[in-house]
Each structure stands twice: as structure tokens, then as C-alpha cells.
Design a protein around this ligand. Structure first.
Ligand code: NAD
Length: 414
């Protein structure tokens, strides 16, 4: 099943729970605009190579399209479409005035030189320039895209339109108009939600064992923030495999080692970690399993073997709808991506506002402004879960679709 079919299933479930206007459902099932581009890039060898890129603008009923750009060899239109729909839903779960979009380029950026990567990024901007803009569609980083790439993006766009329009993209470096706090916002937003879950469930961080799948930007920071709160980090993985630490590990040290030795797997001897496969890591005993890698990690094949009490989704789409059903039946609480990782897009929205009025927040201010948005998002989702007697994911969809329906009707579209 394609990732977008998963999204449609999730929308359908919520729609039938809440009696969503069928016309609103139809609008949500059909992205407003799909753009596919061929990007010519002069390679260092002198040859010309064409890369395929996408931008899917799912909906702008609540505000400009918003969503990251993924550079990955396996990215395809279906994946980007699903991710764009999740952005529409995600922004509305936390009630920020943005719609949903997503972009991608089929490329393994690790195979490109820095110069090739810059030319590819600038070429992508030239190709999609007619459909983006600070009030129209605002991309951001995603898997394998960095603040440096966002700086090139903004620079190329400003040159094309002949004015300062750096708010066309978020996730830029601080020197080029980025927001303080953006680098940790996704994980920090997750921590704010987890704090609410901890209150609800009454668990104590010091007695809580956490495993992190995907020790990258988001997963690494999440581990650091949780360790500061006293949680025990007992497992971590990246694309090369995982390590289990019976007595916990200091994530600052593990991140330092990973930076030096390229993968956490090579840090086994340094911290007494036991090597496990990515599959084994997901099935290891723990209290909270944090998914911070890619899609479809918990699926029909392994959901019955997950031993965590809580699955916390920082990645987008890491649990399939079939796995959701299995986990719900087994009483495993799933904190859904569209709520759990929405801190990133929320601080991206702060970046758009800061670029527009040239007035910048401190990191403390940005993270303080994020807190009530995440807590209100959690409360709205929890209230709908109680009202409809459904899972938190279904409740998050209900929350978002209720808000999107209002916007569509306010605008007189239906
Ligand atoms: P990243 O590339 O920095 O990190 C991803 C990590 O996952 C890497 O360490 C990679 O090695 C690892 N990984 C890949 N395949 C794996 C596998 N099979 N098993 C274990 N680990 C694996 O990317 P990121 O920015 O941290 O994003 C991670 C996820 O979070 C993505 O799904 C992304 O869409 C989502 N997300 C990111 C942000 C953000 O602010 N960066 C915001 C919202 C959602």
C-alpha cells in the first residue's frame, strides 16, 4: 500500500467518526496542485545530469502551503503527496495558520559534491519559483536537507524576484534569517507533549526507559532533552543498525562518538552497547519507543512484537494503519506524528513571522511561545479521544479536520 493510501485511510477513519462533510473529505483526498520538474545540473565532471523534483501543494485553506523538502534516492510522488497531506493536518492539529505542502528530489546527496548540491538546490528553486513565495508556499528542511541548503534556496529565490523575500523558506541559518530554537524545536515540541502524557499516565522519568530509532537531527536532540529530564536512554539506532545499553547511555557522548565514527554502531565498545539489527531494536523491551527515522517502521509484520508501552512518533508516518490497529488492541499508546512532531513547523511559522517584520526572538522566547501551542494541541486531541472513544491518532485527525472544515466554509469554497 502506498503512503498516500495510508493517509487516505486515516482521513477516512476520522471522517466517519466525526461525520465530516463528504465534500470536505473529497477536497482533502485531492491535493490542490502537483508539480513535477526536471532539474538540469552541471556536474563537476563537466557532464549534464537531470534530476527529478517534486512539489505537492496539498491545501492552503488555513494559510500558505508549508512543508519540507526531502533529498533522497527513494523519494517519489506518492511519498511526497502523503507528506504534504500530513502537513495540512499537522498545522491544523496545533491550530497554526498554515496549509500543507511537501517537496522532494530524487537524489542521494551523499554522492554529490558541495558545489553540485548547491547547483541542484538553485536549479530546483528556479524550476518551482512560479508556485512558491513567502505568502504562497514556504518550504523547509526535511530528511537530508540542511540550513545551508535553505540559505541557498532563499538566496536564489531573492535573486529571481529581485527583492528580500527570504521568508520563502524556513530552517535557514541564524545569519540568514533563521529562527533561534528551530534546530531543537521538533524534539522540544515532542518533549512538551510527552510531559503532558507523563502527567496523564503518572510516570516518573527516572524510572522510564527510552529507545530512539533514528539518531539523527530530531532523534539525537530528543535523546539529549529527555536525558536532561532524567529519562534513561537505553537504545539508539541509525541506518547502519542499533545499540542497546543495559545501564543507559549519555546521549551527548553517543552523539560525539557518532560524529567521529559515522554511525552509532561503531560506538559499541566505547559505551558497552550490545549491537542489534534495526528490526531487533524496535522489538526490545522499553517504556517509550521513539520513532525518529523514516516511514512504515512499525507495520503488520512487527507490531505484535513491539514491547514498548508508548510509541512516540517524531518521524512522519512511521506506523502503518494496520500496525495502529494491532497496537491499539494491545493497549500500546501511540502519540501520533501529526501532533508529536509539530513543534518543527510551529517554530518555522515563527521564522516566517520574524522574517516578515524583521524582529527576532531569543531561543528562550521561541521555545516559550511554542509551549502553549503544543499543550493546547495535546489537550484538543485528548478531549476528542475521550469524546469519540478513539485512538489519539484518530482524535488528532478529528481535531485537524474540524478546523480545516471551518476554514473551507469560512472561505465560501463549499
Ligand atoms: P535525519 O536524516 O537527520 O535523521 C534520520 C536518522 O534516521 C538518521 O540517523 C538515519 O541514519 C536514521 N535511519 C534511517 N533509516 C533507518 C532505519 N531503518 N533504522 C534506524 N535508523 C534509520 O532526519 P531528521 O531531520 O532527524 O528527520 C527524521 C524524521 O523526522 C523524518 O521522518 C522527518 O520527516 C521527521 N521530521 C523532521 C523534522 C525536522 O525538524 N527535522 C520535523 C518533523 C518531522
Amino acid at each position: 500500500m502506498s503512503l498516500f493510501e495510508n493517509t487516505l485511510k486515516q482521513i477516512n477513519r476520522a471522517a466517519s467518526l466525526m461525520n465530516l462533510d463528504p465534500n470536505v473529505k473529497t477536497l482533502m483526498e485531492n491535493p490542490q496542485r502537483i508539480v513535477e520538474v526536471n532539474i538540469p545540473v552541471k556536474m563537476d565532471s563537466g557532464s549534464l545530469k537531470i534530476f527529478k523534483g517534486f512539489r505537492v501543494q496539498h491545501s492552503n485553506y488555513a494559510g500558505p502551503y508549508k512543508g519540507g523538502i526531502r533529498y533522497h534516492q527513494d523519494v517519489d510522488m506518492g511519498e511526497v503527496t502523503a507528506l504534504s497531506a500530513w502537513m495540512s493536518i499537522k498545522c491544523s492539529v496545533v491550530g497554526i495558520p498554515l496549509g500543507g505542502g511537501k517537496g522532494g528530489i530524487i537524489v542521494n546527496p551523499k554522492e554529490l559534491s558541495l558545489g553540485e548540491l548547491e547547483r541542484l538546490t538553485r536549479g530546483y528553486v528556479r524550476a518551482i519559483e512560479p508556485v512558491i513565495g513567502p505568502d504562497k508556499d514556504v518550504p523547509a528542511p526535511d530528511v537530508n536537507t540542511t540550513p545551508q541548503i535553505m540559505d541557498w534556496f532563499a538566496d536564489e529565490y531573492c535573486k529571481l524576484v529581485g527583492k528580500d523575500a527570504k521568508g520563502v523558506v524556513t530552517g535557514k541559518t541564524l545569519e540568514h534569517g533563521g529562527s533561534k530554537g528551530r534546530n531543537i524545536a521538533t524534539a522540544q515540541g515532542g518533549v512538551y507533549v510527552l510531559d503532558e502524557v507523563a502527567k496523564e499516565k503518572g510516570f516518573n522519568p527516572a524510572d522510564t526507559k527510552v529507545i530512539i530509532q533514528g539518531f539523527g537531527n530530531v532523534g539525537g536532540v530528543m535523546a539529549q532533552l529527555l536525558a536532561k529530564k532524567g529519562y534513561q536512554i537505553v537504545g539508539a539506532s541509525d541506518s547502519q543498525g542499533g545499540l542497546i545499553f543495559e545501564n543507559g547511555v549519555d546521549p551527548d557522548k553517543l552523539l560525539g562518538c557518532k560524529a567521529e565514527k559515522t554511525t552509532v554502531v561503531n560506538c559499541d565498545i566505547d559505551f558497552g552497547g550490545k549491537r542489534v539489527s534495526n528490526e531487533e531494536l524496535l522489538e526490545t523491551e522499553c517504556d517509550i519507543l521513539i520513532l525518529a527515522a523514516l516511514e512504515n517502521q512499525i507495520n503488520e509484520g512487527n507490531a505484535s512484537n513491539v514491547k514498548a508501552k508508548i510509541v512516540f512518533e517524531l518521524a512522519n508516518g512511521p506506523t502503518t494503519p494496520e500496525a495502529d490497529e494491532i497496537l491499539a488492541k494491545r493497549g500500546v499508546m501511540v502519540i501520533p506524528d501529526i501532533l508529536a512532531n509539530s513543534g518543527g513547523v510551529t517554530v518555522s511559522w515563527f521564522e516566517m513571522l520574524q522574517n516578515a517584520d524583521n524582529n527576532y526572538l531569543t531561543e528562550e522566547e521561541a521555545l516559550a511561545k511554542l509551549l502553549p501551542i503544543m499543550v493546547d494541541g495535546w489537550k484538543a486531541v485528548k478531549a476528542n479521544a475521550d469524546k469519540y472513544g478513539c485512538t489519539l491518532r484518530e482524535a488528532a485527525y478529528v481535531t485537524a479536520l474540524t478546523r480545516i472544515e471551518e476554514k473551507i466554509k469560512e472561505k465560501g469554497i463549499l
